[in-house]
Design a protein around this ligand. Structure first.
Ligand SMILES: Nc1nc2c(ncn2[C@@H]2O[C@H](COP(=O)(O)OP(=O)(O)O)[C@@H](O)[C@H]2O)c(=O)[nH]1
Ligand SMILES: [Mg+2]
Length: 363
């Protein structure tokens, strides 16, 4: 998962570090040769790197050709610091931009990341041995700011179940076809069951022939009630039925599955708007594929514009080597990613954890 972006970020950081190390090392080697002093030497178990410039200065003052051993006792061991200039940064920024774009980070997010990195890096003095870690830390903080802290759905459902009204917690799922809405609903239904929360599924994708069958099958396997009508029926009416069923039977949660013809189709957005108006969901979740790349931005913007989404689930993270989609949707919607879908089985879903995501990127 997300290995490509991890690898690329690692290589980029390494390159920046090496660009600072190589010239310094060459200069040192030249000087060491000139004054005939080793770059490193061992005293007992410890290794020392003498400050060659200082040694040269001392010996030159004394007019000595060979460096007497006594000099070593007087020298300090300098801590070397480096700075990255704006010019140097520009060279690497271009490369960074390419690698982020290639790994599904949207252009506006890429630009923002590079701008922030630039502000943090240029002109700052880094201890040479810490520069790699410092660049990683800067990346980490930028990503921490981009991703919104997710909330806990289970807690929210539990809170409402304790409410006097005994109303069910309603979750509406939207997103285009094939992204994994129905599968994700089944996964969440199972997850709720494990937490002793009851739920009912609304088969409000009445558009495709197989979709009602698909959700009914999940319901049978999981032993969870599915409320459905015929193909072509009004999805808002199906949702309404499911909510009424939940109210009557004191069920904690209603999960509404919807159709997802292309997000550009105006009637799809109108339809989801109507379902949303009728069912008044507590939570509206956009389901998108982690693999999608830039297209997901348009998708999520359309649904957000139509109904105002509260959170995001990214599916198929298990087969996504890039990883940039999470950053793109996070930054553009300012909505939290709640879960990652990590496979086709019911238990292949994990709560989105910002720090875990950052670790997966090797930072
Ligand atoms: N590898 C992988 N496949 C998934 C995941 N989520 C869903 N799928 C698969 O994606 C396909 C479409 O899923 P479906 O739930 O029918 O999508 P929908 O049209 O949005 O309802 C199915 O073959 C699912 O098994 C996931 O997290 N990882
Ligand atoms: Mg479906």
């Amino acid at each position: 998962m997300f290995n490509r972006l991890k690898e690329k970020l690692k290589n980029w950081t390494k390159k920046v570090v090496e660009s600072k190390e190589k010239p310094a090392k060459q200069k040192k080697e030249k000087l060491a040769k000139e004054i005939k002093v080793p770059i490193k030497f061992n005293i007992g178990m410890e290794q020392f790197q003498p400050d060659l410039e200082q040694i040269k200065e001392i010996s030159e003052k004394k007019g000595e050709k060979e460096i007497p051993l006594g000099v070593f006792k007087r020298i300090k061991f300098k801590v070397s610091k480096v700075k990255i200039s704006e010019k140097e940064f520009e060279v690497y920024a271009e490369e960074l931009e390419m690698l982020l774009l290639e790994n599904n980070v949207a252009l506006e997010v890429t630009d923002k990341m590079i701008k922030e990195l630039k502000e943090e890096i240029i002109g700052k003095e880094f201890l040479k041995k810490e520069i790699e870690q410092e660049i990683k830390d800067i990346f980490k903080n930028i990503i921490r700011k981009i991703l919104i802290e997710p909330f806990n759905i289970i807690e929210k459902i539990k809170e409402k179940s304790l409410d006097q009204s005994k109303e069910p917690y309603i979750i509406l799922f939207c997103g285009i076809n094939g992204t994994g809405k129905t599968t994700t609903i089944a996964k969440i239904a199972e997850h709720l069951k494990k937490k002793n929360l009851s739920c009912v599924l609304a088969a409000a994708d009445t558009f495709r022939a197989a979709s009602i069958e698909q959700i009914k099958k999940h319901g049978e396997k999981l032993n969870i009630k599915v409320i459905a009508q015929d193909y072509g029926s009004d999805p808002a009416a199906v949702s309404f039925d499911a909510i009424n069923y939940a109210k009557k039977n004191l069920i904690n949660c209603v999960l509404i599955d919807t159709a997802g013809r292309m997000h550009t189709a105006k009637n799809l957005l109108k339809e989801i708007e109507k379902i949303s108006k009728v069912s008044k969901p507590d939570l509206k979740i956009f389901v998108g594929e982690s693999l999608t790349g830039n297209d997901i931005i348009e998708q999520v913007k359309s649904f957000d514009w139509a109904i105002g989404i509260d959170g995001i689930i990214l599916t198929k993270a298990d087969i996504d080597e890039k990883g940039g989609t999470a950053l793109s949707v996070g930054e553009i919607t300012k909505k939290p990613i709640l879960y990652l879908g990590t496979g086709q089985e019911y238990n292949a879903i994990e709560p989105f954890d910002k720090e875990k995501f950052i670790k997966r990127l090797g930072l």
